[in-house]
Ligand binder design. Sequence first.
Ligand SMILES: Cc1ncc(COP(=O)(O)O)c(C=O)c1O
Length: 376
Amino acid sequence: MAAPIPFNRPYMAGKELEYIAEAHANGHLSGDGEFTKRCQLWLEQRLHVHKALLTHSCTAALEMAAILADIGPGDEVIMPSYTFVSTANAVVLRSGVPVFVDIRGDTMNIDETLIEPAITSRTRAIAVVHYAGVGCDMDSIMRIADRHGLMVIEDAAQGVMSAYKGRLLGSIGQLAAVSFHETKNVISGEGGALLINDERMVERAEIIREKGTDRNRFFRGAVDKYTWVDVGSSFLPSELIAAFLAAQLEHADAITQARLALWDNYHAALAPLEARGKLRRPVIPADCTHNAHMYYILLESAATRARVIADLKRDGIHAVFHYVPLHSSPQGRRHARAQGSFANTDAAADRLLRLPMWLGLEPDQQRVIDSLVRSV
Ligand SMILES: Cc1ncc(COP(=O)(O)O)c(C=O)c1O
């Protein structure tokens, strides 16, 4: 039997170990050394954000965002139910209340028309998730936020190098969080960054990231000793992680292009199945360019999906699904409010299937396509 095809395989750009050796030789292993600065500058320049701060993960960046947004007991943050737990956990950790609304049937992104009806006097922010690296309708969302004085936090975990109306994801809301987890396009094992577009929040963000101390002011020579001035935690990664990431960021354009070639291949090959009503392919709105983070299909039903997963598995191919909608999770029921119907969320949770998508898949991609064609 042919070699198994995993769902994901981390891509190595080439210089990761060389840069880690350089960090080792520099003798600076904790955070905020030369490699961290290099990565942050890259993110600021390429994503056009005011300030980027590396974090341990996108989860950590979202937790920082919730502190910066001053989420306190009972404060509400509107978000999709169809997302990873970290979007909501960050709010619950501040004793806030995630308010879940449904997603759109086309992009799986938050349905922007459902945001305004969910706003109450307790609403503080809107947390949008750019699902599969495809941008939400940010013009509508920013208008709603402006009208109601709300902060917008972009969960751009999957969206590095994608754009909405020519603006890079992560550069539109006041705050954004990105992920460099090994399942993402550009990786450092675990890793992330907080992106800050409102310059008034930079100094506080630096303090929160450094355990609530004004250590950065001290290093800049602005104070003669550093001390505890705010809440915070240790959100900064070591230079070893930043060195790995620096090697990846250098290849971000090439990685995106190569992933897009795989994505386009799936998209063309599966068009006839869509035409025959066997599945639905991803929808990319005209306003969006995407980073080919994910190739997913929507099948007819949960039963069909279970059968297709089993058929692919028999052919040695690992395909996966997600998410258990947060509004129906035990923790979601305890701590969140669910607003309205979740028809699209529930449909995606039952019917969405993610196909293998990683650099190096090229010679075997046709096997995935053939297996899928046989199965559906
Ligand atoms: C939408 C979304 N938000 C947050 C995260 C958390 O990212 P990390 O693993 O870097 O904490 C993920 C991870 O897959 C995600 O998909």
